[in-house]
Ligand binder design. Structure first.
Ligand code: G16
Length: 543
């Protein structure tokens, strides 16, 4: 089959956001659009030549076409071997693990994460590098520059790879290995968790409900929870991945997984309910009558992880993104370990994980994971919770109460203002940034501003500096108001307002989060003037 060099014209919008390139499907369907971006990667990151490339996606619409294109281009660009999940499926954490396991040069993960799918939905590419982590800021900047001038790409014409049969095929000089997408990941999980104890926990009658939301975690949950841990088949719902995710929005949060919230508040509540997102890197944890916020989940796992086999030697450190509540900071302090605050985006954890400075990381956007991979990992978090419950004998609710009694409680909420014009969202940011230098010492309601700035991060390992990572108004340990523009939206600009309020143990119990945060929401409006500057009286989504 001939390798063809195809002339193309550059598109000017291939700038990666918080997690890769994310656009409407129709944008990716433009002539040469996908090819241009892939060629950009092959041109800029020459380390893929002669190496293994991991390829997979979350099964959404356009996934198969994209994978066929990627394989045909890999063969034309000197890649030695492509390892691809059967049916084109690989969860993001499983792909990251495979990059590490196979010592691959990198991986293409076709996903727009939790964004809706289908012909009118979103598509995306995460490019992960050797070691399994997402491309760092410096590399994505170089990719963007190159994408503006690209004029040709290379592809093997007429390639015809069977993605559904597990076997090794040849395309020109390159080998294509189609593998079971779950096997290596499931093996890794068994080295981290006490499967005997978890099986026992289930056998004794503890109940589970995991919602795969018709996205990629279905086969993973089926194999691990049902086949390996013995949960009844009904414990995993919506397990079959669909191209449009069944018309749903696989974003495991209080809005899009409302049915799980209702379930845990009903008499039919399982002991643990959970969900994951489109590509399997997010997680949501609930117990009978209780939702565990991602920041709390991170802190609670940090407090108990050492009880699990893979973490028996203790945590080296923890890390959270800046907008994530500071609950884990208190646990780190009690454990006497490092606690890092990074910008939003899992890629910022990679250096800390590689350097052994962090074992556990988490973000408010329903992401939690450990040093076992270089991505956040939805099922890992669910398994960690099952193992912690099995090891402690506590219910989710009791574990949370115990935690808050010891460490105090961080109430947290995120308000999203979606589909704003870039000017409106930028206007809010600029106004608060301009006011920030004069805020220290001012009193709002019961809180006094201790610091207000635009978050800047200096990577402790490579010294790189990331600026403009979100505005934060800090009221000592008692509260924070954070404001930033999302890097993952595909329609207009999304403004995110994060509210965090801390109450020490004595005051904490029995407080309803919405009520606890209402006065802080009023303070945030005074500070950020979102209603006044955007005309939006209320957020589009509250999680
Ligand atoms: C991505 C990133 C996360 C980030 C999240 C939200 O998640 O991997 O690190 O926290 O987006 O980003 P933003 O607030 O900029 O929209 P995912 O699950 O979409 O890949």
């Amino acid at each position: 089959m001939p390798i063809r060099e195809v002339s193309t014209r550059a598109y000017a919008d291939q700038k990666s956001g918080t997690a890769g390139l994310r656009k409407k499907v129709a944008v990716f369907q433009q002539p040469h659009y996908l090819e241009n971006f892939l060629q950009t990667i092959f041109d800029v990151d020459t380390s893929l030549r002669g190496k293994t490339l991991i390829v997979g996606g979350d099964g959404r619409y356009f996934n198969r076409e994209a994978i066929h294109t990627a394989i045909a281009m890999a063969a034309a660009n000197g890649v030695a071997r492509v390892v691809v999940g059967q049916g084109g499926l690989l969860s993001t954490p499983a792909a990251s693990h495979l990059i590490r396991l196979r010592n691959a040069g990198g991986g293409f993960l076709f996903t727009a994460s939790h964004n809706p799918a289908g012909p009118d939905g979103d598509f995306g590419i995460k490019y992960n590098v050797a070691g399994g982590g997402q491309a760092a800021e410096g590399l994505t900047a170089r990719l963007y520059e190159h994408s503006k001038t690209i004029a040709r790409y290379r592809i093997v014409e007429g390639a015809n790879i069977d993605l559904d049969r597990r076997c090794t095929q040849r395309l020109e000089e390159m080998e294509v290995e189609v593998i079971d997408c779950v096997e290596d990941y499931a093996a890794l999980m068994q080295t981290l968790f006490d499967f005997d104890r978890m099986r026992d926990w289930i056998r004794k009658g503890h109940s589970l409900r995991f919602d795969a939301m018709h996205a990629v975690t279905g086969p993973y949950a089926q194999r691990i929870l049902v086949e390996l841990l013995g949960a009844p088949a009904a414990a995993v719902q919506n397990a079959c991945p669909l191209e449009d995710f069944g018309g749903g929005h696989p974003d495991p949060n209080l809005i899009y997984a409302r049915h799980l919230v209702d379930l845990v508040h009903s008499p039919a509540s399982p002991d643990l309910a959970a969900a994951s997102d489109g590509d399997g890197d997010r997680n949501m944890i609930l117990g009978r009558g209780i939702f565990i916020s991602p920041g709390d989940s991170l802190a609670m796992l940090a407090a108990h992880l050492q009880k699990l086999p893979g973490y028996a030697s203790g945590l080296k450190g923890v890390a959270r993104s800046m907008p994530t509540c500071r609950a884990v900071d208190r646990v780190a302090q009690a454990l006497g370990i490092e606690c890092h605050e990074t910008p939003t985006g899992w890629k910022f954890f990679a250096n800390l994980l590689d350097a052994g400075r962090a074992t556990l990381c988490g973000e408010e956007s329903f992401g939690t994971s450990s040093s076992h991979t270089r991505e956040k990992d939805g099922l890992w978090a669910v398994l960690a919770w099952i193992n912690v419950l099995a090891a402690t004998g506590l219910s989710v609710g009791d574990l949370a109460q115990q935690h808050w009694r010891r460490f105090g409680r961080h109430y947290f909420v995120r308000h999203d203002y979606e589909s704003l014009s870039a000017a409106a969202a930028g206007g809010v940011m600029q106004a608060l940034a301009a006011a920030a230098p004069g805020l220290a010492g001012r009193r709002y309601d019961r809180w006094t501003v201790s610091a207000a700035d635009d978050f800047e991060y200096r990577d402790p390992i490579d010294g790189s500096i990331a600026v403009n990572q979100g505005l934060r108004v800090v009221f000592g340990d008692a509260a924070r108001v954070v404001l930033r523009i999302s890097g993952t939206g595909t329609e207009g600009a999304t403004l995110r307002l994060y509210l965090e309020r801390y109450e020490s143990a004595a005051d904490a119990l029995g407080w309803e989060p919405t009520a606890a945060l209402a006065p802080l929401a009023a303070v945030a409006e005074q500070l950020a003037r979102i209603a006044e500057l955007t005309g939006r009286k209320a957020p589009s989504v509250i999680t």
